[in-house]
Design a protein around this ligand. Structure first.
Ligand code: SAH
Length: 360
């Protein structure tokens, strides 16, 4: 965006331009519908304006804060990974997941890198942690949907499970979710929005209060404090007891069931004893458990995914204890295998360059 340009998301500024250019508010509404609801693209959206102002409007208003640099379609199933560049030069990933039933989920990034530094996560090993702006978060949805339009599809589930910790970027996250829900913008149903967190208790409660109908997921991965701290260094700061209290509070505030994500790592957190402790820890909470097969990453050669028989036994114990337990159907194993890793070295280099230049 050059310095004179304003963002299409800045409603007040866009309306001032409209007043200057003297066209009716309904033309701007038509533009927004074309861009944010129908995902027709900037050019088609601008075509909703009177012909004499189109060129000047296009020069003044920026529609896409991100630039797509790569799109990889999975060769084995319905996943597409988009790699986009931010204004600051970093790369982020957005994953489109098409399921057999024709539904589409979109996995968004909330940050470049992540300060949580989880042992099993490529993003956490990037050595960078920069927050995206709300418009950079939202542009991932627009860009993905513009591509999906060619297939007559649209993303239904919007999940914050890409790069970054959403609650380390709370203000931009809330601005993005508000825009997603806003009738004049995306008007996306709240029940199809899910925020996944490494586990920041106060933020979980704040988010639930603010957005009563969106879904929350907690990456628990172990109900044992020592094991959890080994996997998730940040867990030392937010002990299991506080997380349990937070889930209970979220259950009070919201009707929605909280999702418990549990990454299955062989001989780390996958024994029948682990399952029993998990069931005990979850007792009395309104939750469902999603078991996640581990996608090996280069930085953690010691970790292995749990084999199917052990995973099934683990799930059986939870079900026996009365918890709805599902196993994450992993799409795009070929492209997701590189999840976060592809952009890791380039982002590291950019961060270094910017540090040398004294930029932040
Ligand atoms: N920071 C948030 C959201 C991003 S991670 C969170 O922690 O929830 C989204 C999910 O992917 C989390 O449950 C995370 O634990 C999981 N994940 C990270 N690395 C993974 C890997 N290598 N294989 C499988 N799941 C992974």
């Amino acid at each position: 965006m050059n310095s004179e340009q304003i963002s299409i998301y800045d409603a007040a500024a866009v309306d001032r331009i409209r007043a200057e250019m003297k066209f009716e508010p309904r033309r701007l509404r038509a533009l927004r519908t074309a861009f944010f609801k129908k995902f027709l693209g900037a050019e088609a959206a601008i075509a909703e304006l009177p012909s004499e102002v189109r060129e000047a409007f296009a020069a003044r208003v920026q529609f896409h804060p991100l630039t797509i640099v790569e799109a990889d379609d999975s060769e084995i199933d319905g996943a597409t990974k988009l790699v986009a560049r931010t204004a600051a030069g970093y790369l982020i990933e957005t994953v489109i997941m098409r399921t057999g039933t024709g539904r589409v989920s979109l996995c968004l990034s909330s940050q470049v890198g992540c300060a949580a530094a989880c042992q099993f996560c490529a993003t956490g090993q990037m050595g960078v942690a920069k927050s995206l702006s709300a418009t950079e978060i939202l542009d991932q949805i627009v860009l993905a949907n513009e591509r999906l339009r060619a297939e007559q599809r649209q993303a239904r589930n919007i999940v914050f499970m890409g790069m970054g910790e959403p609650f380390h970027n709370e203000a931009a996250l809330y601005d993005a979710v508000s825009a997603l829900l806003a009738p004049e913008l995306f008007h996306h149903p709240s029940r199809y929005i899910l925020v996944s967190t490494v586990g920041i208790p106060d933020a979980m409660v704040r988010c639930a209060r603010r957005f009563l109908d969106i879904n929350l997921a907690l990456s628990l991965h172990s109900a044992r404090q020592d094991v959890r701290e080994r996997l998730i260094p940040l867990a030392a700061k937010f002990p299991l007891g506080d997380l349990r209290t937070a889930i209970a509070q979220v259950n009070q505030i919201q009707q929605n069931t909280v999702m418990i994500e549990y990454l299955m790592l062989a001989s780390v957190n996958d024994s029948p004893q682990d399952a029993c402790e998990l069931a005990g820890w979850l007792a009395g909470l309104d939750v469902h458990v999603n078991l996640i097969p581990y996608n090996p990453i280069a930085g953690s050669p010691g970790l292995r995914s749990t084999e199917r028989p052990e995973r099934d036994a683990f799930a059986a114990i939870l079900r026996e204890a009365g918890f709805v337990t599902t196993i994450r159907y992993s799409l795009g194993a070929d492209i997701a295998a590189a999840c976060g890793q592809l952009v890791q070295s380039e982002n590291r280099a950019i961060a270094k360059e910017q540090a040398t230049a004294g930029a932040h």
